[in-house]
Ligand binder design. Structure first.
Ligand code: URA
Length: 462
């Protein structure tokens, strides 16, 4: 990135104007801390108009942000609103966040698992973004569930249940609320610095002691090149550690949807079935990853000697039903009606189609980003910011990567808002799957782990 011309006057001494800042980034110059803080503050307060913010996001996406710019943006976004202080909870506060995936419902498992093992989990989550689903949209499929809590309500739920999952509000990380929705509409999601600042602004605003990051890799990740995912993981670990939060990042497989369900309500059902002790084969990757992530949370929260010991504790909390109890208590404490989990008539999609396999062979690969768009276009996501999503839309996958299929056997069940919503996603899905005759090589669920020292070393490389 070009350096600012030293003969130019220092902008920090002058009043700042958004037009100057976005032209500077458009021209590939590094921004000063004060300029980035101006953008984050103005985004959160609504003082900078959306067209200028959108132009700045595109300039940042194309020109890139340096490590210093990224760190400054993350902290300035964190500081754009109120912050939560978990000190009164009397426990270590630890959370996990994913860089975005398809069928990724680990939050519904790891939050109660870690809480059941003595860790407080104040989780500030997001909505559907690009092709990926949003934890808040999924939770709002439960009638009555409130994601916009005041800080006092957030604290009360945490004290009662040990975990609470909420969204940004006009008071809590407002800069991310605004920039996140704008990125979703302007094709500026897939950038490591913007992802890093978005995720960490929310996590650092929750005052966490420690953080576990799940950085997705593969065809469904925002950054499909493996090296870019490593960079994102290192960037987030180093940035969060520099801000005083102990952080670890796991690079995990998103070359196929996680578990068998991708949508809103149907993902909650898959997660609750696991919390109830069921073990469908198609949910094994979800179960395993949730236990691994919870194990790290429990370890970093001081409740186990190692991540492996944390895993064992999490497995016990799954088996003895304590995590299930906490999940239901949290849902009820946030206004949700838990009876729907026992009501087989609750799931009422507008239209249903069972898609049969159209070839013989093994499932060789899945373009998981395309599958995510198929889910969104069935009605599970939104075309425009602020639109409601269809809680019942989504896809149940009856096949996984490597599964041997015969033409005519059920491949996936599509749930849509209406018949008119079925054709495009069905076409996308068919184009997204490749078949082969020999089973494909398995992909590891967790391929790499970054802790602070490795992250710093990685970023220091020329
Ligand atoms: N999750 C977030 O919160 N922000 C992003 O930019 C991507 C995933």
């Amino acid at each position: 990135m070009k350096q600012a011309d030293p003969s130019e006057p220092q902008t920090s001494a002058l009043p700042l104007h958004m037009i100057d800042i976005l032209r500077k980034k458009r021209d590939g110059l590094a921004l000063e801390a004060g300029e980035i803080e101006f953008v984050a503050r103005g985004a959160g307060s609504g003082e900078i108009p959306q067209d200028q913010l959108a132009a700045w996001l595109m300039a940042a996406w194309i020109r890139g942000l340096s490590l210093d710019e990224t760190r400054t943006l993350a902290l300035a976004m964190r500081d754009s609103g109120e912050k939560f202080s978990p000190a009164r909870l009397g426990k270590k506060a630890v959370d996990k966040h994913s860089s975005g995936g398809v069928g990724d419902k680990t939050s519904f498992l790891v939050a109660p698992l870690a809480a059941a093992c003595g860790v407080a989990v104040p989780m500030i989550s997001g909505r559907a973004l690009g092709h990926t689903g949003g934890t808040l949209d999924k939770l709002e499929a439960i009638p009555g569930y409130r994601t916009a809590l005041s800080l006092a309500e957030f604290e009360a739920v945490l004290k009662k249940c040990g975990a609470s999952i909420v969204g940004q509000t006009p008071a809590l990380v407002p800069a991310d609320r605004v920039l996140y929705a704008l990125r979703d509409r302007t094709g500026t999601v897939e950038n490591p610095s913007l992802i890093c600042a978005s995720i960490l602004s929310k996590k650092l605003a929750a005052g966490l002691d420690a953080l576990v990051l799940d950085v997705k890799t593969g065809s469904g990740a925002f950054l499909p090149r493996y090296e870019d995912c490593e960079f994102l993981a290192a960037l987030m670990v180093a940035t969060a550690e520099a801000a005083g939060t102990r952080t670890v990042a796991l690079l995990t497989d998103m070359d196929q949807p996680l578990g068998y369900a991708a949508g809103n309500w149907i993902e909650l059902v898959e997660a609750v079935d696991l919390l109830r002790g069921q073990r469908p084969v198609a949910s094994e990757d979800l179960r395993e990853l949730s236990l691994i992530l919870a194990g790290w949370m429990i370890f970093l929260g001081g409740q186990a000697e190692s991540a492996q010991a944390g895993y064992t504790r999490a497995e016990k909390a799954l088996a003895d039903g304590s995590a299930l109890r906490i999940f239901f208590e949290m849902v009820a404490a946030q206004g949700g009606d838990v009876r729907v989990f026992d009501d087989p008539g609750f799931h009422k999609p507008g239209a249903t189609r069972v898609l049969e396999a159209w070839e013989n062979g093994h499932v060789a690969s899945m373009d998981t980003t395309a599958l995510g768009w198929a889910v969104q276009r069935l009605g599970a996501g939104r075309e425009k910011a602020g639109e409601p999503v269809d809680p019942h839309a989504g896809i149940l996958f009856h096949t996984r990567r490597g599964t041997k299929v015969e033409r005519g056997q059920p491949f996936a069940t599509l749930y849509a808002t209406s018949d008119a919503h079925l054709a495009e996603p069905e076409g996308i899905l068919k184009r997204a799957i490749r078949f082969c005759q020999a089973p494909p090589q398995p992909v590891p669920l967790v391929s790499r782990i970054f802790i602070r020292a490795e992250a710093e070393e990685y970023l220091a490389r020329p």
